[in-house]
Design a protein around this ligand. Structure first.
Ligand SMILES: N[C@@H](CCC(=O)N[C@@H](CS)C(=O)NCC(=O)O)C(=O)O
Length: 209
């Protein structure tokens, strides 16, 4: 049994989508980050960086924070959703790190300065919007002629997809990025993705792309 501490955010959904895809038993503990629950001492013991999501694997007592680490751990544990060929595996790690270091953090800033606080700083909203467009362009070029980011559907797609699902908050018109849009809609068809999106609670329709 795996415990998942999470909330309705792109980072949280990365892991709930993977757990749904794996079809393993897991128990959800909602951590409402709008109410500061990520700062509670018992959560801090599991997630020393005060961020969701985090997991505890009761098979071995391991607790993990950071979605990149959690996804690599689960993919290896269940031997799924990660290429096994060494070259393809290295490429998958490359794109997972791109999501962790670029796509996620930059789109997170877009959510702050474009969606939540559009009037706080023109400099910040312009800077992060430009970066969002650059990153969407990178992903669009990567997906040219490909159904998934690296070979078959993998944790790399699951890591990127929840961030793209907030394209409306980011004021991105997916029609500008046709390869991203086709990929987004392809993954949206997956029932496990739809279930994982609605963890820990249903917050309404998933953007259709
Ligand atoms: N690099 C971390 C980022 C996690 C993260 O930023 N989580 C956000 C929600 S998407 C959070 O917990 N925010 C709470 C806060 O800012 O206090 C990961 O990939 O797990």
């Amino acid at each position: 049994m795996i415990d998942l501490y999470t909330w309705t955010t792109p980072n949280g959904r990365k892991v709930s989508i993977l757990l749904e895809e794996l079809g393993v038993d897991y128990k959800v503990f909602p951590i409402n980050i709008a109410h500061g629950e990520q700062h509670a001492p018992d959560f801090l013991a599991i997630s020393p960086n005060n961020r969701i999501p985090a997991i505890v694997d009761h098979d071995n007592g391991l607790s993990l924070m950071e979605t990149g680490a959690i996804m690599l751990y689960l993919a290896e544990k269940y031997d799924r959703f990660m290429p096994t060929d060494p070259r393809a595996k290295a490429t998958a790690i490359e794109w997972l790190m791109w999501q962790m270091g670029g796509l996620g953090p930059m789109l997170g800033q877009v959510h702050h300065f474009v969606h939540y606080n559009p009037d706080k700083s023109d400099y910040a909203s312009e800077r992060y919007s430009a970066e969002a467009h650059r990153l969407y362009g990178v992903l669009d070029r990567r997906l040219e002629g490909r159904d998934y980011i690296v070979d078959d559907y993998s944790i790399v797609d699951m890591a990127c997809w929840p961030w793209i699902s907030r394209y409306e908050w980011q004021k991105i018109d997916l029609a500008q990025y046709p390869n991203v849009r086709a990929w987004y809609k392809r993954i949206l068809q997956r029932e496990a993705v739809q279930r994982g999106y609605h963890v820990p609670k249903n917050v309404g329709e998933i953007p259709a792309g």
